[in-house]
Design a protein around this ligand. Structure first.
Ligand code: AMP
Ligand code: FE
Ligand code: FE
Ligand code: ZN
Length: 295
């Protein structure tokens, strides 16, 4: 059965290789997709263009975002669906997160330079058209001939165990949930088995559910049927919506092709139903804790 839904993709607004329009055109002409969500890291700047392109291509578009968060002993990525993203407070907070990405990227390039690896920050900025991330540094390393692939750049230079690694701004998973809720969005934990992994997931989930998590990315790119089943069971136990997608960034960044993961339509129906209940209501306010702003 051809898959028609992909709820996890990236564009040039963050670290994807295709513009929102190109992404939608590929979805239309190279896949069977009928529903697509764009979930760029720390930015909603690709959403308006994506929605416009989708409207011409008979694809149902769902607005989204992905926030990478850090927690003692691991990382959690939080997707947010249907955020009312024009809200000024929401945009201001995202801008703080993106500014922190710039400082962190500069610092990583400095560390690489100190280690004799000569790439220029200016070039990284040119490669990154939107929210800057490690994949952009990886591309600069490839261009300069230090590595042959993005994966090798992560293994040798910028992975979390490498000497040039600098942690991101420390957003907690709870604050990511609150930030998404503050725009009436639906917080969904991304690729839970990739990070944080099943054991930590079981420990951390109750607290995240209490904070307002509504979904668990269950039908994720490379997950096996057995893994999918484990996640479906956990989602049922905590009354979370099982969602899914490919995490498509363009060729060479993640293995699953656009639309290359079956996602049941129930995921979309349940997300829309939940979003409908919240749309236009006054959301809980959220302000980044000052101590978290500069670490
Ligand atoms: P950052 O948010 O700047 O720390 O970059 C993390 C992003 O890099 C993730 O969201 C992925 O898109 C990408 N990424 C992480 N690890 C790898 C890897 N080993 N190979 C390719 N891309 C990766
Ligand atoms: Fe990414
Ligand atoms: Fe992610
Ligand atoms: Zn992603």
């Amino acid at each position: 059965m051809a898959n028609t839904i992909d709820l996890h993709t990236h564009s040039t607004a963050s670290d994807g290789l295709y513009t929102p329009t190109e992404l939608l055109q590929r979805a239309r002409h190279e896949t069977e997709l009928r529903v697509l969500a764009l979930t760029d890291h720390d930015t909603t700047n690709g959403l308006a263009e994506a929605a416009e392109a989708a409207s011409h291509l008979a694809i149902e578009f769902i607005a989204g975002i992905e926030l990478n968060t850090d927690i003692e002993g691991g990382e959690i990525h939080m997707l947010g669906y249907f955020p009312e993203y024009e809200r000024p407070e929401f945009q201001q907070t995202l801008q703080i997160l993106r500014d922190a990405r710039v400082r962190r990227g500069e610092r990583m390039v400095e560390l690489l330079n100190e280690q004799g690896v000569n790439i220029q920050w200016e070039r990284v900025r040119e490669i990154a058209q939107g929210a800057v991330g490690r994949p952009h540094i990886a591309k600069a390393l490839m261009e300069a001939g230090y590595v042959k692939s993005i994966g090798e750049a992560f293994d040798k230079y910028i992975g979390s165990n490498c000497p040039a690694y600098v942690p991101r701004y420390k957003l907690t998973p709870e604050d990511a949930i609150r930030l998404i809720l503050s725009a009436n969005g639906l917080p969904v934990m991304a690729h839970p088995l990739t990070m944080p992994g099943l054991e930590k997931l079981r420990t951390w989930l109750p607290d995240l559910v209490a904070t307002g998590l509504v979904g668990l990315e269950t039908y994720y790119g490379p997950y096996t049927h057995e893994e999918e089943q484990q996640l479906r069971d956990l989602a049922d136990k905590h009354r979370l919506i099982p969602t899914g997608g490919t995490d498509y960034h363009g060729p060479g960044i993640h293995p699953t092709p656009l639309g290359g993961r079956f996602v049941p339509h129930e995921a979309v129906e349940r997300l829309k139903e939940e979003a409908g209940k919240r749309a236009g209501t006054t959301p809980p306010a959220f302000v980044l804790p000052p101590a978290e702003k500069e670490r």
